[in-house]
Design a binder for this molecule. Structure first.
Ligand SMILES: Cc1cc2nc3c(=O)[nH]c(=O)nc-3n(C[C@H](O)[C@H](O)[C@H](O)COP(=O)(O)OP(=O)(O)OC[C@H]3O[C@@H](n4cnc5c(N)ncnc54)[C@H](O)[C@@H]3O)c2cc1C
Length: 485
């Protein structure tokens, strides 16, 4: 059984990892491959790579976001040959960074939590050169700012937190008890626990309306892109636990450094960019029981071991022929970036500002260069402002005007009026909807040699995507009896 593929017309390009240690990376087909012990038949020899059109592969992974990269890393660790197909011009999926006028603009505000358990296994934190946020936040309400600090990391700041109007003393004790509750459970227990919405959980725990409206709504609403906090309590508990165990951080080279570091672990000829999959064909006229993958340019690839679908949920539904009308609306966000002179900002702290006023369109904002100076050119500050929702009816220009007007109320018009708008990102599909009922530990087996991963299979987080990629491959390896996993 050998793969046949005509020459691609849309010029797929091979990924060149920015962090590749040397150009003499081990070649993909130089790997020792464990022969299958079961019914699966593999081509006895893999031809030396000449061009993408002649590539032969064991597993086809579709999508080079965090899930697809984690899947590829797991395959690579077992010396199973694979080809990673990515529709866009780079790896990372939703985790990308653009360079504009010397600024690093993440495609939407993203925070890396160092406590993510799967990320700890896969990433080299030291080379990411992680730059930490202040552990807490500054909440804008009633025309003033109030600091909410983590007592375990900023003890003295937290003493003032005890008496500020964001929450009551009882609220602060309940935060401590919530921390103990989540830390006493395993991730599996948390992700499969009885669930309610986050807002119902917070009320059940006994938090006051004040801390819910002023802190939890903007903070977790900003993480879930869900102001109403209807997202499952499982996700709240998981994130709360990770926050308790780690820091909020940004890689010095931008959030895209995370997928780029993962991609650099893979053989450089195993990733094909600009290679959009148009369909997965399950109808095998040649009697094989594995599907074929058709690229948008018309080329057809056959995998010898299976297909891992690692694309975002709406695209996965399309490729797998699932009905889409049942879907609840996805989570969306808008992120606006501004450039400011370094003397035109109110603070130097690496702190996240939250809108706890219950009014306006801004949910949260921060001065990115205060966290990671490398996010801007010398002497300049990068301002990042996030909104929840897509604001489809409002033009980019009107959105910018409104955000400037609103933040002028926070920091004064002279300061905010001097900021220069850099770019606006509107992200329609930021995260899948994860309101109850959820299944955050979905079976990756779709059938017919197809396995599914992505944040819609687990928790809609970096970590969930990474876990899902590994699990999909482990299911494939188990089913193919390739290795004992
Ligand atoms: C603005 C924003 C902020 C976020 N903030 C955080 C945060 O702070 N912390 C956190 O943990 N998580 C955050 N997330 C969520 C996190 O980024 C995602 O959960 C995670 O990156 C999803 O990874 P994935 O691999 O499942 O999907 P994706 O990243 O969507 O990857 C799917 C890949 O498949 C490719 N693809 C799609 N269709 C095809 C096709 N037909 N053929 C070939 N390739 C295809 C896409 O181009 C893409 O590269 C945020 C997300 C966004 C958008």
């Amino acid at each position: 059984m050998t793969l046949t593929l005509s020459l691609p017309s849309s010029k797929p390009i091979l990924f060149s990892p920015p962090y590749a240690a040397s150009p003499t990376l081990q070649t993909h087909y130089g790997f020792r491959f464990k022969p299958p012990r079961a019914a699966v038949q593999i081509s006895p020899t893999f031809p030396q790579f000449q061009s993408p059109s002649q590539r032969n592969t064991g597993v086809i992974v579709i999508g080079a976001g965090l899930a697809g990269l984690a899947a590829a890393i797991r395959l690579n660790s077992e010396n199973v040959p694979f080809l990673l197909l990515e529709a866009s011009d780079a790896v990372g999926g939703r985790v990308r960074t653009d360079v504009v006028d010397g600024f690093l603009l993440d495609r939407g505000f993203q925070i890396f939590i160092t406590g993510y358990p799967e990320a700890q296994k896969l990433l080299d934190y030291q080379s990411l050169n992680l730059q930490k946020f202040y552990s807490g936040a500054r909440v804008y309400c009633d025309g003033e700012f109030h600091t909410v600090a983590d007592p375990l990391r900023h003890f003295f700041d937290s003493l003032t937190t005890l008496i500020n109007p964001v929450g009551t003393l009882a609220d602060k004790l309940l935060i401590g008890l919530t921390r103990i509750r989540v830390l006493s459970r395993t991730d599996e227990e948390i992700l499969s626990a009885n669930e309610v919405s986050t807002i119902d959980l917070l009320k059940k725990i006994g938090f006051s309306d004040s801390i819910i409206g002023r802190f939890f709504r903007p903070f977790f609403g900003g993480i879930f892109f869900d102001k109403e906090l209807e997202t499952t309590s499982r996700l709240f508990d998981f994130i709360f636990k990770c926050l308790a165990l780690g820091d909020n951080a940004l890689p010095a080279k931008g959030i895209a450094a995370i997928p780029e570091q993962l991609a650099a672990k893979l053989p450089s000829d195993s990733i094909l960019l600009n290679s959009k999959v148009a369909s997965i064909d399950f109808d095998q006229s040649d009697g094989s029981n594995l599907p074929t993958v058709r690229l948008q340019n018309g080329d057809v690839l056959r995998s010898e071991l299976g297909v891992v679908v690692a694309v975002e949920e709406p695209e996965a539904d399309k490729l797998l022929g699932k009905p889409v009308e049942r879907k609840r609306p996805a989570r969306s966000t808008v992120c606006l970036y501004f450039s400011a002179d370094e003397n035109q900002i109110p603070v130097r702290d690496p702190v996240l500002f939250l809108n706890g006023s219950g009014k306006g369109m801004v949910n949260n904002m921060f001065f990115a260069t205060n966290v990671a100076p490398s996010y801007g050119p010398p002497g300049k500050t990068l301002v990042s402002v996030s909104l929840i929702g897509l604001f489809e009816g409002v033009s980019d220009g009107d959105l910018t005007t409104e955000v400037v007007r609103e933040l002028s109320g926070w920091f004064g018009d002279t300061m905010v009026g001097s900021w220069r708008h850099l770019r606006t990102y509107r992200i329609g599909f930021a995260q899948p909807n994860q309101c109850p009922p959820t299944d955050l530990m979905k079976n990756p087996r779709f059938g017919s040699g197809v396995y599914v991963c992505g944040d819609h299979q687990t928790s809609a987080t970096f970590d969930g995507a990474l876990v899902s990629g590994r699990k999909a491959v482990e299911a494939l390896l188990r089913d193919s009896a390739l290795v004992n996993v």
